[in-house]
Write a protein that binds this ligand. Structure first.
Ligand SMILES: Cc1cc2nc3c(=O)[nH]c(=O)nc-3n(C[C@H](O)[C@H](O)[C@H](O)COP(=O)(O)OP(=O)(O)OC[C@H]3O[C@@H](n4cnc5c(N)ncnc54)[C@H](O)[C@@H]3O)c2cc1C
Length: 378
C-alpha cells in the first residue's frame, strides 16, 4: 500500500459542500480533520452542478427550518471567508396555469410559506419576464437569492486549511475496517486511520456504508438536467421562474439562461451526464411556455440530487457500528442548507446537542437520525 499513512481525529469522505462545510466546522472546534476526495477537484460532482439558488419556499419542514437557520451565515460569513457577498438578489416567481389556480391558493396560504410569498398579477408577471406565454396566476418570493456556490465551497475549504485541515484529492476510499477503536481506511493513495469517519459521499453514501460493513439508509440519487442557452433577449434581471408543479424552471446564469425540465430520474451513483431525451423534453417545455426558440446549447450538465424517502437529510451516528457518522440525503437543497446542517453535524459528531437556533425551529435528532430509516428500508 502506498504512502501517506495518515492519522486524524476525524476523516471526512467527500469534498462536496457537505464534506467541506462539516470539516470546516470540526476543524474550527479544534479537531484534526482530513477530507478524502476521490476526484482530482473538490465539488466535481453534484456541488459543482447545482442551480445555486436560496429559495425559502422549497422542501419539507425540516429543510425549511435548516435553510432559515443557514441564512445568517450567507448574509454575514465569518471574516476572511470570501472577498465578496455570497448572495445576490434574484427573486423566485412561481407561475400557474388555469388548472392550477386552486393549487396556487393553497401554496400561498400554506402556513410554512406565510410571510415569504406575495400574489402577483399576471400582467406584472409579463413585465418581469416578458417571454412568458399566458400565465393565469403567480406568486413571488422576493427574498430568493442567487448563491455564489463556488466562492461558498472555496471559502469553506480555505477556512478548513487555515484551521489545520488536510484535503487529500484523487483518493478513493476503498475499504473501512473497524479495529481497536479506530477505522483503518484503505484509499487509493494509502492507508489512513481515525476513530471517527463522516460519510459525506453524496450519491455514493450507501456505497461507502457497504464498504464499512454498516447498514445503508436507502439513498436514491436522482438525475437533474440543466442547459444554458441564449434566450434571444436580455435576461439578467429575470427572476428564477418555476412552474408551480415544478415541471420546468429557468433562471439567468452568467449572462445566459439556465433551463431545466426539473427531471428526477433515479440513477446509480455516477458521473452524471444529460440524456438526449431529457434535453429534448427540456427544450420542448421551454418553447411551449415561452416565446423563446432554443438554438445552440451553450452548455449542458446533469447532477444527482440524492434523497432518502422522507426527503430530509440524514445526519447522525450509525447505530450498528461505532464511529460512523452519516451526512447525506441533502437532495435539491444541499447548498442552501449547508451552514446550519454542518453546524448540527459538527455538534453531534463531538457529542453535543443540536444547536439551539435549529432546535427552536423544530428540528429534532429523530427527524435527522439514520435510525429513522432503518426500519422502513430493511
Ligand atoms: C441541477 C441541480 C440543481 C440544484 N440546485 C440547487 C439549488 O439551487 N440550491 C441548493 O441548495 N441545492 C441545489 N442542488 C442540490 C445540491 O447541489 C446538493 O444537495 C449538494 O451539492 C450535495 O452536496 P454533497 O457534498 O452531499 O454531494 P457531492 O457534491 O456529490 O459530494 C460528494 C463527494 O463525495 C466524493 N466521494 C464519493 N465516494 C467517495 C469515495 N469512496 N472516496 C472518496 N470520495 C468519495 C465524490 O467524489 C463527491 O465529490 C442542485 C442539484 C442539481 C443536480
Amino acid at each position: 500500500m502506498n504512502e501517506p499513512n495518515r492519522t486524524a481525529d476525524i476523516i471526512v469522505i467527500g469534498a462536496g459542500i457537505a464534506g467541506a462545510s462539516v470539516a470546516y466546522e470540526l476543524a474550527h472546534r479544534g479537531m484534526s480533520v482530513c477530507i478524502v476526495e476521490m476526484e482530482a477537484h473538490p465539488g466535481y460532482h453534484t456541488t459543482g452542478r447545482s442551480a445555486a439558488t436560496f429559495v425559502g419556499c422549497y422542501g419539507n419542514e425540516v429543510i425549511r427550518a435548516i435553510s432559515a437557520a443557514s441564512r445568517s451565515f450567507f448574509d454575514n460569513p465569518p471574516p476572511g471567508f470570501c472577498d465578496h457577498p455570497l448572495l445576490a438578489d434574484r427573486g423566485a416567481l412561481y407561475v400557474a396555469g388555469e388548472a392550477q389556480l386552486d393549487a396556487l391558493d393553497d401554496f400561498v396560504t400554506e402556513p410554512l410559506n406565510l410571510g415569504l410569498l406575495e400574489r402577483i398579477d399576471p400582467l406584472a408577471v409579463l413585465e418581469m419576464v416578458p417571454v412568458l406565454n399566458a400565465v393565469a396566476g403567480a406568486a413571488y418570493e422576493r427574498d430568493a437569492q442567487d448563491i455564489d456556490a463556488n466562492a461558498f465551497l472555496m471559502g469553506y475549504l480555505k477556512g478548513f486549511r487555515d484551521a489545520g485541515g488536510i484535503l487529500e484529492t484523487g483518493a478513493e476510499v476503498r475499504t473501512l475496517i473497524r479495529r481497536a477503536g479506530a477505522w483503518a481506511i484503505d484509499t487509493s493513495v494509502g492507508t489512513m486511520s481515525a476513530p471517527i469517519v463522516v460519510n459525506a459521499a453524496g450519491a455514493w453514501g450507501d456505497e461507502v456504508a457497504y464498504r464499512a460493513g454498516t447498514q445503508p439508509v436507502g439513498l436514491v440519487p436522482k438525475r437533474r438536467t440543466a442547459l444554458t442557452i441564449d434566450p434571444g433577449e436580455p435576461c439578467t434581471d429575470w427572476p428564477l421562474t418555476i412552474s408551480l408543479d415544478e415541471t420546468w424552471y429557468f433562471r439567468p446564469e452568467a449572462g445566459d439562461l439556465l433551463i431545466s425540465p426539473a427531471d428526477e430520474t433515479p440513477s446509480a451513483p455516477c458521473d452524471s451526464q444529460p440524456e438526449e431525451l431529457d434535453i429534448a423534453a427540456c427544450i420542448d417545455q421551454i418553447e411551449r411556455v415561452t416565446r423563446i426558440r432554443v438554438g445552440r446549447l451553450i452548455s449542458k450538465r446533469a447532477g444527482l440530487r440524492t434523497f432518502v424517502h422522507d426527503k430530509s437529510p440524514v445526519c447522525g451516528y450509525a447505530d450498528d457500528v461505532d464511529g460512523f457518522f452519516w451526512l447525506v440525503g441533502q437532495g435539491g437543497y444541499g447548498i442552501q442548507t449547508a451552514p446550519a446542517l454542518a453546524d448540527i453535524a459538527a455538534c453531534l459528531v463531538i457529542g453535543e446537542d443540536i444547536p439551539k437556533d435549529v432546535q427552536v425551529r423544530g428540528v429534532t435528532l429523530e427527524s435527522l437520525s439514520p435510525a429513522r430509516l432503518s426500519c422502513d428500508f430493511l
